[in-house]
Design a protein around this ligand. Structure first.
Ligand code: GLV
Ligand code: GLV
Length: 319
């Protein structure tokens, strides 16, 4: 019998079809709504593999409800939605989707930077609401990006791809990371600094770190206090790296100039959240990797991981 795979969201049929000879699939039937946890627990009783999204919290209780489960293919590069220790304890393999989303996510991170610095959302709202009366010297004037200093916290694959874009804008690149990235230092003249030094010197402070116990809320009151008052904070990694109350205060009191956010502590964040109603915050709904090409590639990689595990020489991208 073929291994049984549960897919926790409706995904395009044509992605699954090539794998139907290898696997039996069951799938949650909605595209824009996560599977309720009790349904997921029920479904997991007999499955051998799970293809899930970051909307699924895969913890010890869920794993205990899945006695046959051997592999979890997470459709994301980040895997903080999965309790890795519990998966390890049960011998369940976890895979993620690195590489295929690097350039797309770096594009979005840079978009967020440009949109925030040049007040693009405000500008689009301005004209749409028919408020444009005159060209004026400082109308919607923002901050320059070119030749400024970017400070990248978390110099992984996506961080480096952001640094390459920054280089094209003539920016100076500072970075902070657990380990030095000698190649990036050579290729991009990126300069390694302490976290504090980066906060003090960067015009753009960009969070690209995965969420772990050591990165939780590293962007807090103390960190915002060290940034320049002209600094722009960008978060395209995980909301949990930021203390959102402290960020709100830093933006309201103009301790920092602006923030561009793609991710939040609680997702979905609601439209009436105070952060959503600041003119100096530009907010996107976690769309870092959201190009059609890349989302398709991520799903395909999940299926390749499952096939590699059950039929090949192991999963392609285990965490
Ligand atoms: C998305 O946030 C991802 O981790 O891929
Ligand atoms: C503005 O449009 C300019 O010509 O400087």
């Amino acid at each position: 019998t073929k291994p049984l795979i549960y897919i926790s969201r409706k995904i395009p049929k044509e992605i699954i079809v090539p794998y139907e000879t290898k696997f039996e699939f069951r799938m949650w039937e909605k595209e824009n709504e996560p599977v309720p946890r009790r349904v997921l627990i029920q479904e997991l009783k007999e499955v051998d593999g799970l293809l899930c999204l970051l909307t699924e919290k895969v913890d010890k209780d869920l794993l205990e409800a899945a006695p046959q489960l051997k592999i979890i293919a997470n459709m994301a590069v980040g895997y903080d939605n999965i309790t890795i220790d519990s998966a390890n304890d049960r011998g369940v393999v976890v895979t993620n989707t690195p590489d295929v989303l690097t350039e797309t996510t770096a594009d979005l991170t840079f978009t967020l930077m440009l949109a925030t610095a040049r007040r693009i959302v405000e500008a689009a709202d301005y004209i749409r609401s028919d408020r444009w009366e005159h060209w004026s010297p400082y109308l919607l004037a923002g901050s320059d990006i070119h030749h400024k200093t970017i400070g990248i916290v978390g110099m992984g694959r996506i961080g480096e791809a952001v640094a390459r874009r920054a280089k094209g804008f003539g920016m100076s690149v500072l970075y902070h990371n657990r380990s030095r990235k000698i190649e990036a230092e050579k290729e991009l003249q990126a300069k390694y600094t302490s976290f504090d030094q980066l906060l003090k010197e960067a015009d753009f402070v960009v969070s690209m770190v995965p969420l772990t116990d050591s990165t939780r809320k590293i962007f807090n009151r103390e960190a915002f206090g060290k940034m320049k008052s002209s600094a722009i904070f960008i978060n395209a990694s995980r909301g949990g790296t930021v203390d959102e109350d402290d960020l709100l205060e830093a933006l309201q009191t103009k301790e920092i100039k602006a923030a561009g956010l793609d991710v939040y502590t609680e997702e979905p964040i609601r439209g009436d959240h105070p952060l959503m109603n600041l003119t100096n915050a530009v907010c996107f709904p976690h769309i870092g990797s959201a190009s059609i090409e890349t989302r398709t590639a991520m799903l395909q990689l999940c299926l390749e991981n499952l096939a590699g595990y059950f039929y090949g020489d192991g999963p392609k991208t285990p965490v």
